[in-house]
Design a binder for this molecule. Structure first.
Ligand code: NAD
Length: 436
């Protein structure tokens, strides 16, 4: 099925590990990918606009928890992985993967400006035999409607599928996870043409254990959105289960644990403080936006988003109610928030619901402090805070302790003994017991 000399050369260079790979965006997704390709024997050039990241990598220092410096340094010292802010490095690359952010605009619409900026840089250096792979999560159609026309407009003489190759392959990395990593998590790949797919499968198959082909870039884009919408909707349902159980005088966690004993047909999701991270709160909105352009309302996504975004307010009210029970006003009470990262055992605070809870409590006059073993200090909009130095003292002196993130480092039994009042969004201090 080899369609051209360019494709043959590309496949040969992959096979002999002489192919050079560029990775644009060296964050949570791009850096682990760069390391994995370098470890597989390829020469990797990481390109990032953030000069601090480039400087750190040039010194062999990692800033991503999943990539220890001890793993990175030998690759950078051997020149197998180099970092730069200069896109001219793409001139020498046989392939380039785009791993830039895809946030939302203030209006809630997709912001694909980072993808466009990266594509325009690639277009300058597009050359025969080059493979371009988009990894950033985005709405179905981005690869063919946004990237392909920009590449083709720049180099009209180069035909996709013959002279250059274009694929979409969604990233599934779950930061902090050690059992499923970049190498062993199956990777879905769609190509603009069968030849594009073949090139994508060859390159990624040389570094990753399993690459799963799908029929188009749109199918690959939609696969990622299905995965994250599945999570957002199920978390939304677990959160609504909490609200419904409360009305019925039931313990939602007990009910969920009991349902989870069913060995088939049920997957456990638990209530919590709300959605966090760069993916689950955002990605489904890329899909609902795209569907709106086609006059279709994505009802599950909208409902889940509504329920999940209301959770920080629910928990702030729980703090108020708990203080009220002991005849205290929220105004002037000392509230200690445990965990500000969006999920356990990492430092990432993007979209963390803990920030909304802190903001809501402060708005009501609470004197809020926080502790997080991974976050020494933070600055978020108008909130500037430093982690309390003495956790034990903070626990015993707080009028109320809010568990926002269930980091494994915490001793929940001890926290339960020390705290006067606990509002536990993760249900870790007093775990639900079946039959109790
Ligand atoms: N973080 C995750 O867990 C995760 C998981 C799966 C998918 N994704 C998706 O992967 C993509 C990247 O996410 P991330 O978490 O790695 O983001 P990140 O913010 O950690 O990293 C993105 C990097 O891209 C750089 N960058 C931005 N614009 C650039 C440009 N024009 N040229 C070069 N560099 C540029 C930034 O400086 C930053 O270092 C997003 O689409 C995200 O939705 C993320």
């Amino acid at each position: 099925m080899i369609s051209s000399e360019h494709q043959r050369t590309f496949l040969e260079r992959v096979q002999t590990r002489t192919a050079r790979l560029g990775i644009i965006g060296l964050g949570y997704v791009g850096l682990p990918l760069a390391v994995v390709f370098a470890e597989a024997g390829f020469h990797v050039v990481g390109i990032d606009l953030d000069t601090r990241k480039v400087a750190a990598l040039t010194h062999g220092e990692s800033y991503i928890e999943d990539i220890p410096t001890a793993r990175l340094a030998p690759l950078t010292h051997a020149g197998r992985l180099v970092a730069t802010s200069d896109f001219a490095a793409l001139r020498e690359c046989d392939a380039v993967s785009i791993c830039v952010p895809t946030p939302l605009r203030k209006t809630g619409d997709p912001d694909i400006s980072f993808i466009i900026a990266a594509t325009e840089q690639i277009a300058h250096y597009l050359h025969p035999g080059m493979l371009v792979v988009l990894e950033s999560t985005t709405y179905p159609g981005t690869t063919t409607e946004v990237i392909l026309p920009r590449l083709s407009a720049h180099e009209a003489a180069l035909r996709v599928g013959e002279d250059f190759f274009l694929c979409f392959s969604p990233e599934r990395v779950d930061p902090g996870r050690t059992d499923w990593t970049t190498v062993n998590t199956p990777k879905v790949m769609g190509g603009v043409t069968p030849q594009c797919l073949q090139a994508g499968l060859a390159l990624y198959g040389a570094a990753l254990q399993t690459v799963v082909p799908v029929s188009s870039t749109e199918a690959a884009e939609m696969t990622k959105l299905l995965e994250n919408t599945f999570r957002a909707v199920n978390i939304g349902m677990a959160n609504e289960m909490l609200l419904m159980c409360e009305r019925l005088g039931l313990d939602a966690w007990e009910v969920i644990e009991a349902a989870a004993t069913k060995p088939f047909g049920f997957m456990k999701f638990t209530p919590g403080p709300g959605l966090g991270g760069h993916c689950i709160p955002i990605d489904p909105l890329y899909l609902s936006w795209k569907l709106r352009t086609l006059n279709y309302r994505a009802q599950f996504i909208e409902l889940a988003s509504e329920i999940n975004t209301a959770m920080p307010r629910y928990w702030a009210r729980k703090v108020q109610d708990a203080l009220n029970e002991v005849s205290k006003a929220i105004k002037g009470s000392h509230v200690l928030v445990l965990g500000v990262a969006y999920k356990k055992d990492i430092s990432d605070m993007r979209e963390s619901p803990a920030l909304d809870i802190i903001h809501l409590l402060q708005q009501q006059g609470a004197l809020v402090s926080y502790h997080d073993p991974y976050v020494p200090s933070f600055h978020y909009e108008r909130i500037v805070m430093e982690c309390v130095a003495d956790l034990d003292a903070a626990l015993t002196s707080a009028d109320c302790v809010v568990v926002a993130t269930d980091h494994s480092a915490y001793d929940w039994a001890a926290i339960g003994r020390q705290a006067r009042l606990v509002v536990d969004t993760r249900r870790v201090v007093r775990k639900p017991a079946l039959g109790g």
